[in-house]
Structures are given as C-alpha cells and as structure tokens.
Write a protein that binds this ligand. Structure first.
Ligand code: SMG
Ligand code: MG
Length: 373
C-alpha cells in the first residue's frame, strides 16, 4: 500500500479522577492520534493510531509534543519516500531512527488498522488471539489517605474488577498495601506498581511486602537497572514483573535470562508497536514467563488494540485493560463495558473494530495537522 495522506490530531480528554503515580499525576490526557489514509490494489482505507506518550517525559523519555515532532519531521517523510510498504514493514523502515517507540507504535497502529480493514481481518485474529473475552483488572492511583484508597478499591470491586493493582511510593507503601489486604481478604488478587521509585538498597524494606501475598511487584527499580532487579528478585519471594525496562523482545529475553523478572507487563507503545508486542509475548511464552497487558490511560482506540493483544494465549494474568468508565465520562469510541463476570469482550470487526465517534472527536480535538495532499 501507499500513504495518501496522514492527519495528526491532538485531543484533550479529562480523566474521571486524577491518576497519581510515584512520578506524577495525570488529570487530563493530551493525546496524539494518527489517521492514516492508504491506497492499494484492494482499495483505499483509513486507519487510526493512538500514541500513548504522556504530556511530560516522566514515565519514559517520550512526551506527546516530541512524538508529534518526530512523526512529522522524520517518520512521515521517510514513509512517503519509501513508496510501497506494508504494516509489517513500518517498524523495519523506521528502525533507522533511534528510540521513540511510542511514536513509532502509533504510526504502525494506524497503518495496520487500515491494512486490516481492507483485508477484512480483525486485529485480534491478525495478532493470534485465542479468546473472545479477557479478564479485567484495574490500576488504582496513589491517594491522599488510606480511607480514600479503601473506598476506591471497594468501588472497583463493586464494579466487578477481578484484580487490583495499587500504585505505590516510598513512605506509604507497606502500610497502604497491608490495609487493602486486611480489608478485602486473602482471596483478593492484588499487585503493586512502583514505577521505578526504589533502589536496590531498599530490598530489606520491600521484603515487608512478601507477607502480603501479592501477585507481583511491578518495576521497583529504574528501567536501566536490570542487574539490580536480578539482585532484588533473589531476595524477595514476591515475583518481580518488569514494565519500563522491557523495550523489545530481545531485552525481554535478556532480562528473563538474567533472572531480573518472572512476569512481564506488555505495552505496545513501550516496545514500538503491536507487532513487536507479539514478539515479546512469544519470547516470554517460550521461557514459560506469564505476561499481562499494561495500559497507558488509552481512549477506546488504544483499548480496542490492547484487548486484541490481551487475547493471545500467553496473557494468563488479568491486565490493566479496564472499561471506558474507569477513565472517561465519554470515551472517544463506543464505550467498552465490564461484563458481569469481570471480563471485557475483544472487538471482532475489521482492524481495530472501532472508530472515533465523530461528535466526540470533534468536541475533544485541540488541533489538526494534515500531511501530504
Ligand atoms: O491504562 O489503566 C491504565 C493505567 C495503568 O498503571 C497504569 N499504567 O506504569 O503501568 C504503569 C502505568 C503507566 C501510566 S501512568 C500515567
Ligand atoms: Mg507499570
């Protein structure tokens, strides 16, 4: 196929409640959308990509203005010069540019959506999904008090979420996690995410989490500190799961081989796209390492793609693939709803299986830039 044109759209979407992590707080998501218009022997199509970069470079070095800049100034000119390409060829072509996995993932997602719409194939089928519904967990931000945290967890359990992930930071960590465990009992599937807030010297402190029977502790140490995670893993009984550290299938294989993690959180944006995310999954499955699908506070577009990914066979733990209402008063797409059994249906239509609702899209758009014609 060829690119006929590309629209880069920025949208602003207020979250239903602020989401605080050890590195900052999100109240309104400033999101870059990529709409790729393609043409090929089997027809013209349009595809949507969502860039998961946040407004500020805190979770990782990427940020939304930077992502838009690198797409406009480097990725699109290169793809235009390439002429004919396929979705599978996007990542290899863009590999001449270092870094920027979230920006690359957004472009690949848009082209892949267009390609699959022409082919009449759903993203789930294309990626290798084996499930029609996936179990849903929820990520709970850091709160001002333990009481507020307990109330929020109670609300999410009432909604039907099957697993709770608590964001933690030094100072309140063990006490808050213990309060949740005591309040909701031994059967609650509970895990924590530190977003790199600790150092390997905190091993003794983090060992206090071992008695709280957690599914995992996610990314306790900085992304580069794979060696430190291996040291920590040897000192904790709580399994270590890596998020920020895992930026490719090769690095996943290396981290596993070095004993740095025994579970992996997969996010397409962090690894440069859904196709690389499948390779991360395959690497983990080959090493007998369970995976689950992470989230980046996506709209219904990114959520649709995450649900497709989460339907692959190695995703044996509930993901941060929550329903639309956990994030938005009004989602960009038809809302994703949590079923009575705590699962969400995987979209079945061609490509992502969802499109932005025109009225909602118009009302949240803050800028639009057109490329080529
Ligand atoms: O999409 O439900 C979601 C958010 C899940 O906790 C979540 N994401 O480190 O895993 C993580 C964070 C990254 C985003 S924080 C703004
Ligand atoms: Mg995380």
């Amino acid at each position: 196929m060829k690119l006929r044109g590309v629209e880069l759209r920025r949208i602003s979407m207020p979250l239903v409640r602020p989401f605080r992590t050890s590195f900052g707080v999100e109240t309104t998501r400033d999101i870059l959308l990529v709409r790729a218009e393609t043409t090929g022997p089997d027809g013209d199509a349009e595809g949507w990509g969502e860039c998961v970069a946040m407004a500020e470079p805190r979770y990782s070095p990427e940020y939304v203005d930077g992502a838009q800049h690198v797409i406009e100034h480097f990725f699109l000119p290169l793809l235009r010069a390439t002429g004919e390409f396929t979705a599978a060829g996007v990542a290899p072509a863009l590999a001449v540019f270092e870094g920027h996995p979230m920006a690359k993932a957004a472009v690949e997602m848009a082209v892949l959506d267009a390609e699959l719409r022409v082919a009449g194939v759903s993203l789930a089928d294309h990626l290798g999904a084996v499930k029609e519904r996936v179990p849903s967990g929820v990520s709970v931000g850091i709160t001002d008090s333990t009481e507020t945290l307990l109330a929020q967890v109670a609300g999410y359990l009432d909604d039907g979420y099957l697993r709770i992930k608590l964001k933690i930071e030094p100072g309140t960590d063990v006490e808050r996690v213990r309060a949740v465990r005591q309040c909701f009992g031994a059967d609650l599937l509970l895990q924590v995410d530190a977003n790199a807030a600790y150092s390997v010297d905190d091993a003794d402190h983090l060992r206090a989490l071992d008695e709280l029977d957690l599914l995992l502790i996610e990314q306790p140490l900085p992304p580069d500190d794979v060696a430190g995670h291996a040291v920590l893993a040897a000192q904790l009984t709580t399994p270590i799961c890596l998020d920020e550290s895992i930026t490719s299938a090769a690095i996943a294989g290396d981290a596993i081989a070095r004993g740095a993690c025994s579970i992996v959180n997969i996010k397409a944006g962090r690894v440069g796209g859904y196709l690389e995310a499948v390779r991360v999954h395959d690497t983990c499955v080959a090493a007998d390492v369970p995976v689950w699908c992470g989230g980046m506070l996506e709209t219904g577009l990114g959520r649709a793609a995450n649900l497709a990914l989460a339907a692959l066979p190695g995703f044996t733990l509930p993901g941060d693939t929550s329903a639309s209402a956990r994030y938005w008063e009004t989602d960009l797409t038809e809302p994703f709803e949590l079923g009575a059994d705590g699962h969400i249906a995987v979209p079945t239509g061609p490509g992502l299986g969802v499109v932005p609702l025109p009225d909602v899209l118009a009302s949240v758009t803050t800028s639009t830039t057109r490329w080529f014609p």
